[in-house]
Design a protein around this ligand. Structure first.
Ligand code: DAH
Length: 338
């Protein structure tokens, strides 16, 4: 009877190997492993065997079932593989793929990211504040008198509530000092808004990057060194930087910064790129009043601040002649940067 089991196994394996599709294979499985299989019939005769014969037949039956199962699995896999290769047979893998449009960073983003990267190396942390501001944060706390022209309805977007769209990122100086104690070393990139006549160099929304460092013993030479480092990292080691005395209500002394640069296709010339100065003690006074403490004691607290136009930097960097290109979303323009 063990020989019979052997025979059935051989027969089953050749049937399985001959199965040319899944249906034929399933038929073979039912025939050789199903309830009415010849192996089961053999097993039914087991009860008539001698005690020595029984385990021999048992082992032969197990071995036969195992081999048949393995052969079924192997055949199933090879039928699947054949079907897989058939399904890609006529596929032309040398055909060029359909190109997906690849976006690129906006020139303003590229310049902003570089500026942040350079200033972070110098220990500045990122800060932010709201674009819809109070007059206090945008003007009063920055020592800007009520009759200052920047506060006019014709220059600034006011809401009926009396709030306004911030006219500069300097308001973030106030927001930061209200909630943090010195030392403070932050930069705040962000949008600012003015009621400007729109032309090649003005938009009513533009982008600035504010800087503020407050500590004991901060000196003008620290401010100078920091900004010279910044502009040389931005525009090249040999870049000349000039500090021209100016007036801002919230710094004393104050300066405008010019950088000598060669815009593509032009003679090198001095270009104004930022405002800066030493924080006016009156600003620390407003902060203390608003906080209700003396954390920014004007007798011992010193600081510098700066604010630069990021659109300006991008225009210089890439020789962009018209600021409106930065907001028109024309891909013929935008795809030139990466
Ligand atoms: N807020 C000024 C502006 O928008 C720029 C500025 C000047 C910022 C001097 C400063 C500063 O922090 O110290 O024109």
């Amino acid at each position: 009877m063990t020989e019979q089991a052997q025979k059935i196994k051989t027969e089953a394996i050749s049937a399985i190997e001959a199965a040319c599709d899944e249906n034929a294979l399933e038929e073979a499985r039912v025939k050789f492993l199903g309830k009415k299989s010849p192996l089961n019939a053999l097993a039914a005769g087991m009860k008539d065997l001698s005690p020595e014969e029984k385990p021999k037949l048992g082992a032969a039956l197990n071995e036969a079932r195992q081999s048949i199962t393995t052969a079924l699995e192997a055949r199933k896999q090879s039928l699947q593989d054949a079907a897989d290769s058939a399904s890609v047979e006529n596929l032309d893998i040398t055909m060029p793929a359909r190109e997906l449009p690849q976006g690129s960073l906006h020139p303003l983003t590229i310049v902003k990211d570089r500026a942040i990267q350079i200033l972070r190396r110098l220990g500045f942390a990122l800060a932010e504040g709201p674009e819809i501001e109070t007059e206090f944060h945008c003007f009063d706390a920055l020592n800007t008198p009520a009759d200052h022209p920047a506060r006019n309805d014709s220059d600034t977007f006011y809401f009926d509530s009396g709030k306004l769209l911030r006219t500069h990122t300097s308001s973030v100086q106030i927001r930061t000092m209200e909630k943090q104690d010195p030392p403070i070393k932050i930069i705040a990139p962000g949008s600012a808004y003015r009621r400007d006549e729109i032309d090649a160099t003005h938009l009513s929304v533009f982008n600035q990057l504010e800087g503020l460092y407050v500590n004991k013993d901060v000196r003008l030479s620290d401010l100078k060194g920091t900004l010279e480092y910044f502009y040389r990292a931005m525009f090249g080691d040999k870049t000349e930087v000039r500090f021209r005395p100016h007036f801002f209500p919230f710094t004393e002394p104050s300066f405008e910064i010019d950088v000598k640069l060669q815009v593509k296709g032009e003679e090198p010339k001095w270009i104004e790129v930022a405002g800066c100065g030493m924080v006016d003690p009156a600003v620390f006074g407003s902060i203390n009043e608003s906080r209700g403490d003396n954390a920014f004691d004007p007798a011992t607290t010193t600081g510098y601040a700066f604010g630069m136009g990021l659109d300006r930097l991008a225009m210089i960097q890439y020789g962009i002649k018209d600021i409106r290109l930065l907001i028109e979303n024309d891909t013929r323009f935008l795809s030139q940067f990466s």
